[in-house]
Design a binder for this molecule. Sequence first.
Ligand SMILES: Nc1nc2c(ncn2[C@@H]2O[C@H](COP(=O)(O)OP(=O)(O)OP(=O)(O)O)[C@@H](O)[C@H]2O)c(=O)[nH]1
Length: 395
Amino acid sequence: MNELPWIEIISAVVVLAGGGGIAGLLVARRRRRTQDQGGGRTAVEREPEVAVEPGASTSPTREETSPTRDAPSPTREAPLETPAPTAGRLVRLRDRLARSGSPLGARLLSVLSRDSLTEDDWDEIEEELLLADVGAGPTTELLEALRTKVRVLGVREPAAVRDLLRSELVALLDPTLDRTLRTEPTTADDGTHLPAVTLVVGVNGTGKTTTVGKLARVLVADGRSVVLGAADTFRAAAADQLTTWGDRVGVPTVRSDREGADPASVAFEAVARGRDEKIDVVLVDTAGRLQNKAGLMDELGKIVRVSSKVAAPSEVLLVLDATTGQNGLSQARVFAEVAGVTGIVLTKLDGTAKGGIVVQVQRELGVPVKLIGLGEGPDDLAPFDVEEFVDGILG
Ligand SMILES: Nc1nc2c(ncn2[C@@H]2O[C@H](COP(=O)(O)OP(=O)(O)OP(=O)(O)O)[C@@H](O)[C@H]2O)c(=O)[nH]1
């Protein structure tokens, strides 16, 4: 069970009653930290001005200095929401896939069911696959497999054709890939609690902040405790957006009040808080602007390096917008190269007929799609399951 909401309410009452005022709920810190001998923690050169959201129990080893903000989040008083259970989400969202994937599903099936397949029919199938962003290599593979099986097995009846197409698409998506999210906290050799850290990266506008918010809800629904880290310090509104997501399910957000603050420091603070409060998972949102590769590498590298002083990321999720096709893919390659990506989140699959991008993305980047976004609603994020996905696009 997540006890944070109660901690938050009690803390807020205590501070207000004590005359500290709302401003006292937020603290800023800037100090050098030295080696913590008991916990085996390493020093970070300079910590940022990081505001701790109301209800945050701060690290006992840290000093609190002047308040940096004077108003609580406007959503703080809203009742907490109960996220939808994660089991069977993809099944519930299947109609969205069926709508978006119809060219890949219904139209392919209608061509494949024709009495005798001519070269023109096969060309049409190829075109459909390419239009759906399956990618040249996988399209050729799929066509060859289908041609062989149709010829050898003489499959014609719609149900048999569907089964054949289904099994080929499932094979193309490789159901053997490990798609589990590593969100289990661990214990260091010296007994220190270490939260699982998930870093969320990707080009701006792909849906990173939204995905962090949705993922927090998934984890809360699964009974995990979560802290958010707003390391997208480039866009001030991103931290507010993230805080709002967290507030809705009683999850605190570690953020900086200073636009352009060092994102690595914010990430460090979030992970340290996860450690100190024995939180299960720390989700870190990062800035998405695509600068030159060296700049990106520096920034992401520093976030990983600095937060790893507490706990190394167990997941680096690359968020990719399914509607951007090839363009999105080439940008994603840069992130995959610099950030050591462990999984892909493919967003906006509800808004595209290009469901085939899943195949291409996995192939090109060599990492499994772990989650898919199927809408702007708070619970429109589902774990990726190959068979359910294929059933969705086949309608
Ligand atoms: N239809 C649809 N919209 C989505 C999905 N995921 C995110 N969005 C929308 O995409 C837009 C951008 O999302 P953000 O989360 O702000 O994107 P971001 O990557 O954090 O952007 P930056 O902070 O600028 O880097 C928002 O309007 C979201 O509601 C999805 O799965 N489906």
